[in-house]
Design a protein around this ligand. Structure first.
Ligand code: NAP
Length: 363
Protein backbone atom coordinates (compact mmCIF):
# COMPACT_ATOMS: atom_id res chain seq x y z
CA UNK A 1 0.00 0.00 0.00
CA UNK A 2 1.57 3.29 -1.10
CA UNK A 3 2.01 5.94 1.56
CA UNK A 4 2.64 8.61 -1.03
CA UNK A 5 -0.19 11.13 -1.09
CA UNK A 6 0.54 14.36 -2.95
CA UNK A 7 -1.21 17.62 -2.15
CA UNK A 8 -3.06 19.53 -4.91
CA UNK A 9 -2.37 23.14 -5.97
CA UNK A 10 0.75 24.02 -4.00
CA UNK A 11 2.38 27.39 -4.76
CA UNK A 12 6.03 26.95 -5.74
CA UNK A 13 7.37 30.52 -5.68
CA UNK A 14 8.09 30.45 -1.95
CA UNK A 15 10.00 27.17 -2.37
CA UNK A 16 12.52 28.83 -4.70
CA UNK A 17 15.16 31.47 -3.99
CA UNK A 18 14.02 33.49 -7.03
CA UNK A 19 10.46 33.60 -5.71
CA UNK A 20 8.51 33.61 -8.98
CA UNK A 21 6.02 31.28 -10.61
CA UNK A 22 2.69 29.54 -10.11
CA UNK A 23 1.51 26.36 -8.44
CA UNK A 24 2.20 22.66 -8.88
CA UNK A 25 -0.88 20.72 -9.90
CA UNK A 26 0.23 18.08 -7.38
CA UNK A 27 3.09 18.36 -4.89
CA UNK A 28 4.89 16.00 -2.53
CA UNK A 29 7.97 16.05 -0.30
CA UNK A 30 10.04 12.87 -0.44
CA UNK A 31 12.10 11.80 2.55
CA UNK A 32 13.25 8.27 1.67
CA UNK A 33 14.25 6.16 -1.33
CA UNK A 34 11.03 4.16 -0.96
CA UNK A 35 9.10 7.40 -1.02
CA UNK A 36 10.85 8.41 -4.27
CA UNK A 37 9.92 5.05 -5.79
CA UNK A 38 6.30 5.48 -4.72
CA UNK A 39 6.13 8.95 -6.24
CA UNK A 40 7.52 7.62 -9.55
CA UNK A 41 4.85 4.91 -9.53
CA UNK A 42 2.12 7.44 -8.65
CA UNK A 43 3.03 9.64 -11.61
CA UNK A 44 3.53 6.64 -13.91
CA UNK A 45 0.16 5.09 -13.03
CA UNK A 46 -1.61 8.37 -13.81
CA UNK A 47 0.58 9.17 -16.81
CA UNK A 48 1.30 12.66 -15.52
CA UNK A 49 4.63 14.44 -15.92
CA UNK A 50 6.99 14.32 -12.95
CA UNK A 51 9.11 17.37 -12.12
CA UNK A 52 11.86 17.12 -9.53
CA UNK A 53 13.10 19.98 -7.40
CA UNK A 54 15.31 20.18 -4.36
CA UNK A 55 16.48 23.34 -2.60
CA UNK A 56 14.87 25.56 -5.24
CA UNK A 57 18.00 27.68 -5.58
CA UNK A 58 18.57 26.96 -9.25
CA UNK A 59 15.02 26.84 -10.55
CA UNK A 60 12.74 29.18 -12.49
CA UNK A 61 9.04 28.26 -12.25
CA UNK A 62 6.59 29.49 -14.87
CA UNK A 63 3.79 31.90 -13.92
CA UNK A 64 1.42 29.34 -15.44
CA UNK A 65 2.45 26.75 -12.85
CA UNK A 66 3.56 23.17 -13.43
CA UNK A 67 1.23 20.45 -14.65
CA UNK A 68 1.47 16.99 -13.14
CA UNK A 69 3.41 16.03 -10.02
CA UNK A 70 6.22 18.15 -8.57
CA UNK A 71 8.34 16.48 -5.91
CA UNK A 72 10.86 18.02 -3.56
CA UNK A 73 13.58 15.53 -2.70
CA UNK A 74 14.32 16.01 1.00
CA UNK A 75 16.08 12.76 1.96
CA UNK A 76 18.11 13.49 5.12
CA UNK A 77 21.17 11.88 6.69
CA UNK A 78 24.95 12.35 6.77
CA UNK A 79 27.57 9.73 7.65
CA UNK A 80 31.14 10.94 7.96
CA UNK A 81 34.22 8.92 9.00
CA UNK A 82 37.95 8.88 8.31
CA UNK A 83 39.11 5.76 6.49
CA UNK A 84 42.91 6.01 6.46
CA UNK A 85 43.73 9.18 4.54
CA UNK A 86 40.23 9.53 3.09
CA UNK A 87 37.30 11.20 4.84
CA UNK A 88 34.35 9.22 3.50
CA UNK A 89 30.94 10.85 3.54
CA UNK A 90 27.53 9.67 2.49
CA UNK A 91 24.69 12.16 2.36
CA UNK A 92 21.02 12.05 1.48
CA UNK A 93 20.06 14.09 -1.55
CA UNK A 94 18.07 16.53 0.57
CA UNK A 95 20.93 17.48 2.88
CA UNK A 96 21.88 21.15 2.61
CA UNK A 97 25.11 21.22 0.60
CA UNK A 98 26.71 23.96 2.64
CA UNK A 99 25.93 22.17 5.91
CA UNK A 100 27.79 19.13 4.57
CA UNK A 101 30.74 21.32 3.52
CA UNK A 102 30.83 22.82 7.03
CA UNK A 103 30.96 19.32 8.56
CA UNK A 104 33.71 18.17 6.20
CA UNK A 105 35.76 21.29 6.89
CA UNK A 106 35.30 20.92 10.66
CA UNK A 107 36.52 17.30 10.38
CA UNK A 108 39.67 18.52 8.58
CA UNK A 109 38.75 17.17 5.13
CA UNK A 110 39.92 18.96 1.98
CA UNK A 111 38.23 19.15 -1.38
CA UNK A 112 34.98 21.02 -0.72
CA UNK A 113 36.20 24.18 1.00
CA UNK A 114 36.05 26.22 -2.23
CA UNK A 115 32.45 25.06 -2.68
CA UNK A 116 31.36 26.82 0.51
CA UNK A 117 28.26 28.98 0.42
CA UNK A 118 26.80 27.37 -2.70
CA UNK A 119 23.06 27.17 -2.08
CA UNK A 120 20.99 24.06 -2.68
CA UNK A 121 21.10 20.43 -1.70
CA UNK A 122 23.62 17.61 -1.99
CA UNK A 123 21.56 15.79 -4.63
CA UNK A 124 21.68 18.73 -7.00
CA UNK A 125 25.46 19.06 -7.00
CA UNK A 126 26.33 16.18 -9.37
CA UNK A 127 23.75 17.26 -11.95
CA UNK A 128 25.75 20.24 -13.13
CA UNK A 129 29.03 19.21 -11.51
CA UNK A 130 28.98 22.29 -9.31
CA UNK A 131 32.32 24.05 -9.13
CA UNK A 132 33.93 27.19 -7.83
CA UNK A 133 37.42 28.64 -7.44
CA UNK A 134 39.05 25.70 -9.17
CA UNK A 135 37.27 22.88 -7.32
CA UNK A 136 34.55 20.70 -8.79
CA UNK A 137 32.31 18.34 -6.88
CA UNK A 138 33.29 15.54 -9.28
CA UNK A 139 36.80 15.64 -7.77
CA UNK A 140 35.39 14.31 -4.46
CA UNK A 141 32.45 12.19 -5.62
CA UNK A 142 32.88 8.42 -5.33
CA UNK A 143 29.37 7.41 -6.42
CA UNK A 144 25.91 8.80 -7.11
CA UNK A 145 22.84 6.87 -5.98
CA UNK A 146 19.66 7.33 -7.99
CA UNK A 147 16.25 5.92 -8.78
CA UNK A 148 15.24 5.27 -12.38
CA UNK A 149 12.01 7.20 -12.83
CA UNK A 150 10.66 4.78 -15.42
CA UNK A 151 11.28 1.50 -13.59
CA UNK A 152 11.64 2.64 -9.98
CA UNK A 153 14.89 0.67 -9.81
CA UNK A 154 17.65 1.90 -7.44
CA UNK A 155 20.93 2.38 -9.34
CA UNK A 156 24.45 3.34 -8.23
CA UNK A 157 26.73 5.21 -10.62
CA UNK A 158 30.41 4.99 -9.70
CA UNK A 159 32.38 8.15 -10.50
CA UNK A 160 33.53 6.81 -13.88
CA UNK A 161 29.95 6.40 -15.08
CA UNK A 162 28.74 9.89 -14.22
CA UNK A 163 30.29 11.46 -17.37
CA UNK A 164 31.33 14.62 -15.57
CA UNK A 165 32.59 17.63 -17.52
CA UNK A 166 32.65 21.39 -16.95
CA UNK A 167 29.28 22.09 -15.21
CA UNK A 168 27.88 18.97 -16.86
CA UNK A 169 27.15 15.29 -16.23
CA UNK A 170 25.07 12.47 -17.70
CA UNK A 171 22.25 13.64 -15.38
CA UNK A 172 22.08 16.92 -17.28
CA UNK A 173 22.73 15.59 -20.79
CA UNK A 174 22.13 12.05 -22.08
CA UNK A 175 20.07 11.03 -19.02
CA UNK A 176 18.35 14.32 -18.36
CA UNK A 177 15.01 13.59 -16.61
CA UNK A 178 15.71 9.86 -16.39
CA UNK A 179 16.98 9.53 -12.81
CA UNK A 180 16.18 11.05 -9.44
CA UNK A 181 19.34 11.39 -7.37
CA UNK A 182 18.71 10.11 -3.84
CA UNK A 183 22.18 10.24 -2.30
CA UNK A 184 25.85 10.91 -2.98
CA UNK A 185 29.02 9.26 -1.62
CA UNK A 186 32.17 11.33 -1.31
CA UNK A 187 35.84 10.88 -0.45
CA UNK A 188 37.68 13.95 0.85
CA UNK A 189 41.46 14.22 1.21
CA UNK A 190 43.94 15.11 3.93
CA UNK A 191 46.05 17.47 1.80
CA UNK A 192 45.37 21.05 0.81
CA UNK A 193 44.88 21.85 -2.85
CA UNK A 194 46.54 24.68 -4.78
CA UNK A 195 44.52 27.87 -5.04
CA UNK A 196 45.04 29.90 -8.18
CA UNK A 197 41.90 31.99 -8.57
CA UNK A 198 42.84 35.64 -8.06
CA UNK A 199 39.76 36.47 -5.97
CA UNK A 200 40.65 33.68 -3.54
CA UNK A 201 44.40 34.24 -3.37
CA UNK A 202 43.78 37.96 -2.78
CA UNK A 203 41.27 37.23 -0.02
CA UNK A 204 43.59 34.74 1.71
CA UNK A 205 46.43 37.27 1.51
CA UNK A 206 44.19 40.02 2.90
CA UNK A 207 43.41 37.72 5.83
CA UNK A 208 47.18 37.04 6.30
CA UNK A 209 46.62 33.31 5.75
CA UNK A 210 49.77 31.60 4.48
CA UNK A 211 49.27 27.94 5.37
CA UNK A 212 45.48 27.60 5.42
CA UNK A 213 43.47 24.96 7.21
CA UNK A 214 40.20 24.05 5.41
CA UNK A 215 38.27 26.47 7.65
CA UNK A 216 40.44 29.42 6.50
CA UNK A 217 39.59 28.74 2.86
CA UNK A 218 35.91 28.27 3.68
CA UNK A 219 35.79 31.62 5.50
CA UNK A 220 37.62 33.35 2.64
CA UNK A 221 35.23 31.91 0.05
CA UNK A 222 32.20 32.85 2.14
CA UNK A 223 33.61 36.36 2.44
CA UNK A 224 34.02 36.70 -1.34
CA UNK A 225 30.58 35.25 -2.01
CA UNK A 226 28.88 37.51 0.54
CA UNK A 227 30.56 40.56 -0.99
CA UNK A 228 29.01 39.52 -4.32
CA UNK A 229 25.62 38.75 -2.69
CA UNK A 230 26.04 35.12 -3.70
CA UNK A 231 25.18 33.68 -0.28
CA UNK A 232 21.42 33.44 0.12
CA UNK A 233 20.33 36.02 2.71
CA UNK A 234 16.66 36.99 3.14
CA UNK A 235 17.74 40.50 4.15
CA UNK A 236 19.73 41.06 0.93
CA UNK A 237 17.45 41.67 -2.09
CA UNK A 238 20.36 40.92 -4.43
CA UNK A 239 20.12 37.29 -3.38
CA UNK A 240 16.51 36.87 -4.57
CA UNK A 241 17.88 35.09 -7.63
CA UNK A 242 18.58 31.67 -9.09
CA UNK A 243 22.34 32.22 -8.68
CA UNK A 244 24.38 32.75 -11.82
CA UNK A 245 21.92 32.78 -14.70
CA UNK A 246 24.43 31.87 -17.41
CA UNK A 247 27.30 29.42 -17.63
CA UNK A 248 30.72 30.77 -18.49
CA UNK A 249 30.95 29.79 -22.15
CA UNK A 250 33.64 27.46 -23.45
CA UNK A 251 34.27 28.49 -27.03
CA UNK A 252 36.55 27.70 -29.94
CA UNK A 253 39.89 29.48 -29.88
CA UNK A 254 39.13 31.13 -33.24
CA UNK A 255 35.93 32.64 -31.80
CA UNK A 256 37.82 33.84 -28.71
CA UNK A 257 40.49 35.48 -30.85
CA UNK A 258 37.84 37.65 -32.55
CA UNK A 259 36.48 38.99 -29.24
CA UNK A 260 38.98 41.86 -28.69
CA UNK A 261 38.21 43.36 -32.11
CA UNK A 262 34.46 43.07 -31.47
CA UNK A 263 34.95 44.66 -28.04
CA UNK A 264 36.75 47.72 -29.40
CA UNK A 265 40.20 46.46 -28.47
CA UNK A 266 39.50 45.19 -24.95
CA UNK A 267 40.95 41.76 -24.24
CA UNK A 268 38.75 39.37 -22.22
CA UNK A 269 40.09 37.11 -19.48
CA UNK A 270 40.58 33.74 -21.21
CA UNK A 271 41.27 30.40 -19.55
CA UNK A 272 42.28 27.14 -21.22
CA UNK A 273 39.43 24.60 -21.28
CA UNK A 274 38.72 21.08 -22.52
CA UNK A 275 39.78 20.01 -26.05
CA UNK A 276 41.90 23.10 -26.74
CA UNK A 277 38.95 25.41 -26.27
CA UNK A 278 38.81 28.61 -24.25
CA UNK A 279 36.62 29.65 -21.30
CA UNK A 280 35.53 33.28 -21.17
CA UNK A 281 33.57 34.90 -18.30
CA UNK A 282 29.92 35.33 -19.25
CA UNK A 283 29.85 38.50 -17.13
CA UNK A 284 32.57 40.10 -19.31
CA UNK A 285 30.57 39.41 -22.47
CA UNK A 286 27.30 40.69 -20.99
CA UNK A 287 28.92 43.90 -19.74
CA UNK A 288 30.54 44.63 -23.13
CA UNK A 289 27.19 43.95 -24.80
CA UNK A 290 25.39 46.59 -22.72
CA UNK A 291 24.16 44.63 -19.70
CA UNK A 292 25.26 45.92 -16.33
CA UNK A 293 24.93 45.47 -12.57
CA UNK A 294 21.86 47.22 -11.24
CA UNK A 295 20.14 47.01 -14.65
CA UNK A 296 16.37 47.29 -14.23
CA UNK A 297 13.75 45.58 -16.41
CA UNK A 298 10.37 46.07 -14.79
CA UNK A 299 10.32 44.05 -11.59
CA UNK A 300 13.26 41.97 -12.81
CA UNK A 301 16.83 43.22 -12.86
CA UNK A 302 20.49 42.42 -12.44
CA UNK A 303 22.06 42.29 -8.99
CA UNK A 304 23.97 45.45 -8.09
CA UNK A 305 26.88 43.21 -7.08
CA UNK A 306 27.03 40.44 -9.69
CA UNK A 307 26.38 40.73 -13.40
CA UNK A 308 25.37 37.08 -13.75
CA UNK A 309 22.59 37.18 -11.13
CA UNK A 310 19.18 38.04 -12.55
CA UNK A 311 17.04 39.06 -9.60
CA UNK A 312 13.41 39.39 -8.68
CA UNK A 313 13.27 43.02 -7.50
CA UNK A 314 9.93 42.34 -5.81
CA UNK A 315 6.77 40.82 -7.25
CA UNK A 316 8.40 39.90 -10.57
CA UNK A 317 6.73 37.43 -12.91
CA UNK A 318 8.60 34.58 -14.51
CA UNK A 319 7.92 36.31 -17.84
CA UNK A 320 9.85 39.37 -16.68
CA UNK A 321 12.77 37.19 -15.57
CA UNK A 322 12.83 35.20 -18.80
CA UNK A 323 12.46 38.32 -20.96
CA UNK A 324 15.52 39.87 -19.30
CA UNK A 325 17.50 36.66 -19.80
CA UNK A 326 16.49 36.61 -23.47
CA UNK A 327 17.49 40.26 -23.79
CA UNK A 328 20.96 39.58 -22.34
CA UNK A 329 21.51 36.48 -24.44
CA UNK A 330 20.40 38.36 -27.57
CA UNK A 331 22.82 41.20 -26.87
CA UNK A 332 25.77 38.82 -26.50
CA UNK A 333 24.85 36.84 -29.64
CA UNK A 334 24.47 40.04 -31.66
CA UNK A 335 27.71 41.59 -30.46
CA UNK A 336 30.00 38.57 -30.19
CA UNK A 337 28.28 35.65 -31.92
CA UNK A 338 28.55 33.69 -28.64
CA UNK A 339 25.45 31.88 -27.38
CA UNK A 340 25.23 31.87 -23.57
CA UNK A 341 23.63 28.81 -21.97
CA UNK A 342 21.36 29.36 -18.97
CA UNK A 343 22.38 27.62 -15.80
CA UNK A 344 19.07 27.22 -13.89
CA UNK A 345 16.46 24.60 -14.57
CA UNK A 346 13.07 25.74 -15.87
CA UNK A 347 9.70 24.21 -14.93
CA UNK A 348 6.31 24.67 -16.55
CA UNK A 349 7.38 26.61 -19.66
CA UNK A 350 6.28 23.92 -22.12
CA UNK A 351 7.12 24.90 -25.69
CA UNK A 352 7.51 28.64 -24.96
CA UNK A 353 9.53 29.96 -27.92
CA UNK A 354 11.73 32.05 -25.63
CA UNK A 355 12.91 28.80 -24.01
CA UNK A 356 13.94 27.43 -27.37
CA UNK A 357 16.09 30.54 -27.92
CA UNK A 358 17.48 30.50 -24.37
CA UNK A 359 18.44 26.83 -24.51
CA UNK A 360 20.01 27.06 -27.96
CA UNK A 361 23.69 26.25 -27.54
CA UNK A 362 25.50 26.96 -30.80
CA UNK A 363 26.27 30.60 -31.53
P1 NAP B 1 34.74 34.67 -11.29
O1 NAP B 1 35.49 34.20 -10.08
O2 NAP B 1 34.66 36.12 -11.57
O3 NAP B 1 35.31 33.91 -12.55
C1 NAP B 1 34.80 34.22 -13.85
C2 NAP B 1 35.35 33.20 -14.82
O4 NAP B 1 36.77 33.21 -14.81
C3 NAP B 1 34.93 31.79 -14.53
O5 NAP B 1 34.67 31.19 -15.77
C4 NAP B 1 36.14 31.16 -13.91
O6 NAP B 1 36.21 29.80 -14.23
C5 NAP B 1 37.24 31.89 -14.62
N1 NAP B 1 38.49 31.94 -13.86
C6 NAP B 1 38.86 32.88 -12.95
N2 NAP B 1 40.10 32.62 -12.49
C7 NAP B 1 40.50 31.47 -13.08
C8 NAP B 1 41.68 30.68 -12.99
N3 NAP B 1 42.72 31.03 -12.19
N4 NAP B 1 41.75 29.56 -13.75
C9 NAP B 1 40.71 29.22 -14.56
N5 NAP B 1 39.59 29.92 -14.67
C10 NAP B 1 39.47 31.03 -13.95
O7 NAP B 1 33.26 34.06 -11.27
P2 NAP B 1 32.01 34.33 -10.33
O8 NAP B 1 30.87 34.44 -11.22
O9 NAP B 1 32.27 35.38 -9.29
O10 NAP B 1 31.90 32.93 -9.59
C11 NAP B 1 32.83 32.53 -8.59
C12 NAP B 1 33.07 31.06 -8.75
O11 NAP B 1 31.87 30.36 -8.51
C13 NAP B 1 33.55 30.68 -10.15
O12 NAP B 1 34.48 29.63 -10.03
C14 NAP B 1 32.26 30.22 -10.81
O13 NAP B 1 32.46 29.32 -11.86
C15 NAP B 1 31.60 29.55 -9.62
N6 NAP B 1 30.16 29.38 -9.79
C16 NAP B 1 29.72 28.13 -10.06
C17 NAP B 1 28.39 27.87 -10.24
C18 NAP B 1 27.97 26.46 -10.51
O14 NAP B 1 28.72 25.54 -10.37
N7 NAP B 1 26.76 26.25 -10.92
C19 NAP B 1 27.48 28.91 -10.15
C20 NAP B 1 27.95 30.19 -9.89
C21 NAP B 1 29.31 30.42 -9.72
P3 NAP B 1 35.28 28.66 -13.55
O15 NAP B 1 33.87 28.93 -13.98
O16 NAP B 1 35.82 27.42 -14.13
O17 NAP B 1 35.49 28.76 -12.10
Amino acid sequence: MSSFTPVPAVGLASLTTLGVGGAAQWFGTLTSVAHVQEACAWAGDRRVPLTVMAGGSNLVVSDRGVQGLVVRVAIPGVQLAWDGRVLRAGAGAGVCWDALVAEVVAAGGWGAECLSGIPGSVGATPVQNVGAYGQEVSQVIEAVEAVDRGTGEAVTFPLGECVFAYRASRFRSADRDRYIIVGVRFGFGREAGAYTYPDLTRELAARHVQRPVPGDVREAVLGIRRAKSMVVDPTDPNTRSAGSFFLNPVIDRAVAERLPELAGGEIPPMFPAESGRVKVPAAWLIERAGGHRGMVAGRAGISTRHTLAIINRGGATSDEIVDLAVNLKRRVVDRFGVSLTPEPMFAGFGDDARMTFLQKVEG
